[in-house]
Design a protein around this ligand. Structure first.
Ligand SMILES: Nc1nc2c(ncn2[C@@H]2O[C@H](COP(=O)(O)OP(=O)(O)OP(=O)(O)O)[C@@H](O)[C@H]2O)c(=O)[nH]1
Ligand SMILES: [Zn+2]
Length: 200
């Protein structure tokens, strides 16, 4: 296992009382956290959100993307449901890092879309590794989930990592005039599912 669990504590939030569990990648020492709500063991399938780090959207209220809105709504769904887990996957900017993301934003301010901007900086469109999230689920003994996502790639990677996804739950929130192009590019170039009729 590439990860080890480090620390576990109560985390009261605006949505309710979670447990926060820390994880460290043994090789890189990169850390991730999972927020657990309710009793998840023995109550599978577990409602699961894999949320990729977005400092600008999650903590600074940016409306350039939908991340902050999705974070808010995912916590809402999980607490309303009474059980679930949110993995806060610390691969900022689709894993190009915060400062590169700001440079990508600058290219987008000058007309590039989010994929072109990444490529212009020498990165792939999406540099994230979701297998780490499968490892986190396994360390927590979670094997069967309902996944909150619009991204088919997350489903594919978790599936290949032997996580049983019994349902994809769409998470379509936060569209506005500032992120419309960004969301359209996710649909046209990255394959995100924004049509509820595509629910699988
Ligand atoms: N490189 C880059 N990353 C971005 C940009 N805007 C947001 N991000 C990052 O994108 C990640 C979120 O990915 P998204 O493609 O929005 O959504 P997703 O996680 O693939 O899919 P969902 O599960 O449906 O939310 C976060 O890490 C953000 O920091 C951008 O313009 N460029
Ligand atoms: Zn974002």
């Amino acid at each position: 296992m590439r990860l080890k669990q480090v620390g576990k504590a109560k985390l009261p939030t605006l949505w309710g009382n979670f447990l926060i569990v820390g994880f460290e990648e043994k090789l890189t020492r990169q850390n991730h956290v999972a927020l657990i709500y309710g009793s998840i063991l023995g109550s599978e399938p577990v409602l699961t959100r894999i949320h990729s780090e977005c400092l600008t959207g999650d903590a600074l209220f940016s409306s350039r993307c939908d991340c902050g809105f999705q974070l808010n709504t995912a916590l809402n769904y999980i607490t309303t449901e009474g059980q679930g887990i949110l993995i806060y996957h610390r691969q900022e900017g689709r894993n190009i890092g915060l400062l590169n993301k700001i440079q990508a934003y600058s290219l987008q301010d000058n007309g590039a879309d989010t994929v072109e901007a990444n490529q212009c900086l020498g990165f792939h469109a999406d540099e994230r590794d979701f297998t780490i999230c499968a490892d986190i689920l396994k360390l927590l003994n979670i094997h069967t989930i309902r996944l909150l996502t619009n991204n088919p790639q997350k489903i594919k990677v978790l599936d290949n990592s032997n996580i049983n996804i019994v349902e994809r739950v769409p998470l379509i929130v936060g569209r506005n005039s500032k992120n419309a192009k960004y969301l359209n590019t996710k649909e046209s170039k990255l394959g995100h599912l924004f049509n509820l009729r595509h629910k699988q």
